[in-house]
Design a protein around this ligand. Structure first.
Ligand SMILES: NC(=O)c1ccc[n+]([C@@H]2O[C@H](COP(=O)([O-])OP(=O)(O)OC[C@H]3O[C@@H](n4cnc5c(N)ncnc54)[C@H](OP(=O)(O)O)[C@@H]3O)[C@@H](O)[C@H]2O)c1
Length: 274
C-alpha cells in the first residue's frame, strides 16, 4: 500500500513515525509539504520522499491522508480540482482535519466520495491517541480497514456511523485532553494551596490521573462503580464528591462538552463555506 500525506506537520509526523514502528516501509510513504525545513526533517527522520507541491508521483498511491490545517485545506486541494482534475480514481482519502465535513472536502476535491473523516487527539503525538472515524457511503469494507490500520498507528480507533456525531467526538476526545489538563491544573493548585510543594502536587495529580485511567481501562465495571468503591460513607472522598455536587461540577462539565459540540457544528459551517 502506498500512502501520500498532504501536509507534513505534527500529525503527519506522528502517523509516519507510528506506521514505521508497525513495520510500514518508508518507500511506501511520501509527503507533500511546502516548508523546506519540514521536508528535510521528514527525509532525515523517516527516509520518506517529500515534494513541495502535489505532483504525478504523489498521486501514484492508494491512500491520501489530508493533514493540513482546516483553514488551508481548500487551497491545498486546489491542484486536485485543477491541474490534476480527474486523477483521483479509487484512492481512499482520509481527512484528519478538525471541523471539516466530508461534503465540503469532496467538493474541494472536484466531486469525490471515497472519503473517511477522522478526529484524532493530541496524545496521538506520543502514540496514545484515540481517533473517531466516519466513512462516506462509497467507502467499502477494505477502505474502512485501511483507514483503521493507518490511524491505529497513533492509538485506538472507534467508528461513528452518523457524521453529525463527529462534532460530539470532537467535544469528548478531540478537546478532551484539555479537560484533563484543566482538572490536573485545578487539583494541583488546590493541593499546593493546602500546603504541598508545587512539584509534589503536580506529580500526585498527574500520577493519579494516569493510574485511575488505567484502572478504568482495565476494569469491566462501570466507572461510577469504581468511584463508589473508593467513596466510603462519611469518609474523605465522600466529603469531596459532596462538595463537587454542591458546586455543580458535573453540570459544569456537561455544559462544557455541549458548548464544544455546538462550537464544532458552527465551525463546520464556517470552514465549509464556498
Ligand atoms: N495536532 C493535533 O494533535 C491534532 C489533533 C486532531 C486533529 N488535528 C488536525 O490535523 C491537521 C494537521 O494538524 P497539525 O497539528 O499536524 O498541523 P501542522 O503541524 O500545522 O501541519 C500542517 C502542515 O501542512 C502544511 N501545509 C500548508 N499548506 C499546504 C499545502 N498547500 N500543501 C501541503 N501542505 C501544506 C503546513 O505548512 P505551513 O506551516 O507553511 O502552513 C504544515 O506544515 C489539522 O487539520 C488539525 O485540525 C491535529
Amino acid at each position: 500500500m502506498k500512502i501520500t500525506f498532504i501536509g507534513g506537520g505534527n500529525m503527519a509526523n506522528a502517523l509516519i513515525g507510528g506506521l514505521k514502528k508497525q513495520g510500514f516501509s518508508a518507500a511506501g510513504m511520501q509527503v507533500v509539504e511546502p516548508v523546506e525545513e519540514l521536508r528535510a526533517r521528514l527525509t532525515d527522520d523517516f527516509g520518506v520522499r517529500c515534494a513541495p507541491a502535489i505532483d504525478a508521483a504523489a498521486l501514484a498511491c492508494e491512500v491520501l491522508v489530508l493533514a493540513v490545517k482546516p483553514q488551508t485545506m481548500k487551497t491545498a486541494l486546489a491542484p486536485l480540482r485543477e491541474e490534476f482534475a480527474g486523477r483521483l480514481k479509487d484512492q481512499l482519502v482520509i481527512s484528519i482535519a478538525a471541523g471539516l465535513q466530508m461534503k465540503d472536502i469532496g467538493r474541494w476535491l472536484g466531486g469525490y466520495g471515497n472519503l473517511v473523516r477522522s478526529m484524532p487527539n493530541t496524545p496521538a503525538l506520543i502514540g496514545a491517541g484515540v481517533t473517531g472515524l466516519c466513512a462516506a457511503p462509497a467507502v467499502d469494507r477494505e477502505g474502512r480497514e485501511t483507514a483503521e490500520k493507518i490511524l491505529r498507528a497513533v492509538g485506538r480507533v472507534l467508528w461513528v456511523e452518523d457524521e453529525s456525531l463527529m462534532d460530539v467526538v470532537t467535544a469528548v476526545s478531540g478537546s478532551g485532553p484539555a479537560y484533563v489538563f484543566y482538572f490536573i491544573e485545578a487539583i494541583q493548585k488546590a493541593g499546593a494551596e493546602l500546603g504541598l510543594p508545587a512539584d509534589t502536587a503536580r506529580q500526585l495529580a498527574v500520577e493519579t490521573f494516569i493510574g485511575a485511567a488505567r484502572l478504568a481501562e482495565a476494569s469491566s465495571e462501570p466507572v461510577d462503580e469504581l468511584r463508589m468503591r473508593v467513596t466510603s460513607k462519611g469518609g474523605t472522598t465522600a466529603a469531596a464528591i459532596e462538595a463537587f455536587n454542591t458546586q455543580g461540577v458535573d453540570a459544569g462539565i456537561a455544559a462544557g462538552v455541549a458548548a464544544a459540540a455546538a462550537r464544532g457544528r458552527a465551525l463546520c459551517e464556517i470552514l465549509g463555506q464556498d
